[in-house]
Design a protein around this ligand. Structure first.
Ligand code: NAP
Length: 312
């Protein structure tokens, strides 16, 4: 059985493979969102042994949390770890601004509790840093929510290492969620040193580079959803990246796995990177991704993957 891992210093234990749910109700991100299919994917994940779901106010907006709240009622609440995020405040004209003010964040926790139809949220993140609010004050607001029992652990997302250090002045941050994958290893420069030294779990988003690192696209694949705008999908970069991914196909065969599982297993060899949130859309993909937690990579293969995707 796969060992569960702790989120920071929170005492909350989860399976290392969680489910990213930005496509569940995420009309603002994906063109072909089907709510029933989204809910079924969440059920498939929980029935397969995934214990943590990653959502956010902005997925939908609101709709991802609402749909997850509906599915949650079918399960024992304590068997599911819910992570959600907020920082976007909607203006009267529908535009979103980022707001980390204590007042806004505390209201955001209450609103998310309503949408998720639950009494507590296991992990609540500040989704993006704003320009004005001192980071420790923003975290202190969430700490108040923690003391009141409304949330159980505190996270930040899209924070630089300096912003994280400011946020973590009182050692209250359990998790950081930032962009990281084999095509963007920026976090390996300083961030993972800081998170390891401070017992903060680093959760990478876009772990499969939105599918590119799953080894199933070729030079002719076209994208009409959020992928059309991602840097690693732009013409020259896309071809270069596909060549790198091709090199993993043979290695994956050695483990009798697909490229996606190999890539996820590689991440779990990084310090403090203990949980991954691949955004699988199908039950089959979830089962495959879960296997990554049990792959023991030969250190020579870890070095080989490291070499192929070396940062400049
Ligand atoms: P991702 O996990 O890198 O890639 C998801 C895509 O990979 C899926 O849509 C699927 O593509 C493909 N895939 C997944 N498992 C596969 C498998 N076993 N075999 C083949 N293909 C597989 O990207 P993401 O879903 O956009 O990001 C993951 C999560 O990160 C999100 O759900 C969200 O929770 C979080 N996130 C957070 C932030 C933030 O600011 N904090 C930003 C972005 C994302 P197909 O659909 O083509 O099958």
């Amino acid at each position: 059985m796969t060992n569960l891992v702790e989120l920071g210093k929170s005492g909350i234990k989860v399976h290392p493979i969680a489910l990213g749910t930005n496509f569940v109700g995420g009309y603002n991100l994906y063109g072909d969102v089907n709510e029933e299919e989204g809910k079924q994917t969440v059920r498939d994940a929980l029935n397969t042994g995934v214990t943590m779901l990653d959502t956010a106010f902005i997925y939908g907006p609101r709709r991802s949390e609402e749909l997850i709240g509906e599915v949650l009622k079918e399960y024992n609440r304590e068997d599911v770890v819910i992570a959600t995020k907020a920082a976007h405040r909607e203006l009267d004209n529908g535009d979103m601004v980022v707001d980390n003010s204590p007042e806004f964040l505390k209201q955001a926790v209450d609103d998310a509790l309503d949408r998720l139809q639950t009494k507590y949220i296991d992990l609540f993140y500040i989704h993006n840093p704003d320009e004005d609010t001192p980071k420790d004050e923003a975290v202190e607001a969430l700490y108040e929510m923690k003391v009141q029992g409304k949330i159980k652990a505190i996270g930040v997302s899209n924070f630089s290492v300096e912003q994280l250090a400011e946020a973590n002045k009182n050692n209250q941050v359990d998790v950081i969620q930032n962009h990281y994958n084999l095509l963007n290893r920026e976090a390996e420069k300083e961030m993972l040193d800081y998170t390891s030294a401070n017992k903060i779990t680093f959760i990478p988003y876009f772990p499969l580079a939105a599918g590119l690192l799953a080894g199933k696209y070729d030079k002719n694949t076209k994208f009409e959803d959020l992928r059309a705008n991602l840097p690693f999908y732009q013409e020259d970069q896309f071809k270069e990246n596909l060549d790198k991914v091709d090199k993993l196909i043979e290695l994956a065969r050695k483990y009798d796995e697909d490229v996606a599982q190999l890539v996820l297993a590689f991440y779990l060899t990084r310090p403090s990177l203990d949980v991954i949130i691949p955004g699988a859309k199908k039950g089959e993909q979830i089962k495959e991704n879960m296997r990554a937690a049990d792959i023991e990579l030969d250190p020579k293969d870890v070095e080989y993957i490291d070499e192929i995707f070396k940062m400049n």
